[in-house]
Design a binder for this molecule. Sequence first.
Ligand code: SDX
Length: 455
Amino acid sequence: MAEGTLSVTDSRTGARYELPITASTVRAMDLRQIRTDPDEFGLMSYDPGYTNTAACTSRVAYLDGARGVLRYRGYPIEDLAKNCTYTEVAHLLMRGHLPTSAELHGWDNELAAEMRLPPGLPDLIETFPAGAHPMVMLASTVAALGTYYPDGRHVTDTACRHRQRLRLLAKIPLIAALIYRRTRRYSRSEPRPDLGYAGNFLHMLWQGTSRQLGPQDLKVLAKALDALLVLHAEHEQNCSTSTMRQVASSEADPYVSLAAAVAALSGPLHGGANERVLQMLDEIGSTAGIPAFMRSVKAGERRMMGFGHRVYKNYDPRARVLQDFAEQVFETTGKNPKIALAVELERIALQDDYFVRRKLYPNVDFYSGIIYEAMGFPPEMFTVLFAIGRVAGWLTHWDESMADPERRIARPRQIYRGPGITAFVPIEARGRDYAEERPAAPVSSHGSVPSHRSL
Ligand code: SDX
């Protein structure tokens, strides 16, 4: 139901158009009617990085970037992180409601029953170079997991989708733990589903090593990890979730689609930032190093990792929860001295006009790495931890997109800037200087290359 119309006058023709406005949005396809000639393609919108383009509707997460608000299916993230286990929140995201105790018990049992890996997968992980980045190993192994479940290709079948969701949610932490052990050349460990979702992961990481946790420490750190996984579980159309949707839109199976999402998350501008924050703090060294670092940021020589966000132009609510949460974790792990440097760096940045003018605030990655490091994780595992949490969000959006009646294969358009039609020259006629002699793209009267469109 339109809430109004956008009145548009095309100055090239004087024609007027009324574009319906629904949910404060106009449909891009409504622009196509605006043309100077009936045979023309019509107008498109141009939006590199999709800074102002809605690609879908969704009922999962709500973000208010101006106010720093994040809700999963209506629940404020602060309440969920404080009160829920990760599997409880995964149930909320994937099944649409917070579970009763009986439902959560059943859900945890279903996940426990899937906490095992096909025998060939640990073998595959042990073929990777021990020095490879864990995110590359994770993307490869998740894709390989799909080779054991060919039924995963029945993506339009709801029951089949839900079977794959359960498998992936249950198995990803096991894969992540074995990948970590590969980087340390530890022998493979076996799952202990009785320890719960986060507890089993921590057990599998360090079982049989000098880091093995006693029952009390394992319980405390599992609770802390649960909260961290909740905070990373979902964040609407971020780069990796929209990648999951985009790959899945071709009806690819969820294993290769999720591998693509892992790949997208690994980039330092996205989930890879948490690892870069620690490197940045190590480079700054102490508060004495902050002025020189800030100068380099403001000179455009580098970015303050863990700062800024495409949506949040206020404090990322997760960063606020994490800063408070860090002190709780440090009571068990001992304080990470880098927290003081991070807090001072934040304080100085939030008073600096460069950051204030650009509305750059700490995001989820600014404090998470400091907590992960205090818990004993090496920096190269930080983004894997982010991925474990985000699996619930990726799978929720996959399922939602496959059930969406408006679903179509994702296929954006482009503005063509290449040469016009070019006469073919047989290879024997292409002299040494052929590349230089090639006709340059035709330039229109006002100097720019006329834009053509694939029609
Ligand atoms: C995540 O999308 C999500 O929801 C992601 C996420 C999730 O949960 O899935 O929240 C997780 O990815 C958090 C973001 C983690 N990345 C980082 O911390 C890397 C550092 N931050 C950035 O590179 C940047 O802020 C982005 C990538 C997060 C956002 O980039 P945008 O929206 O494309 O912003 P931009 O690059 O256009 O920057 C606008 C201006 C520029 O300055 P001017 O050209 O206007 O002079 O702000 C500057 C940028 O140079 N800027 C920064 C900065 N981030 C933006 N300057 C210094 N340090 C920074 N971190």
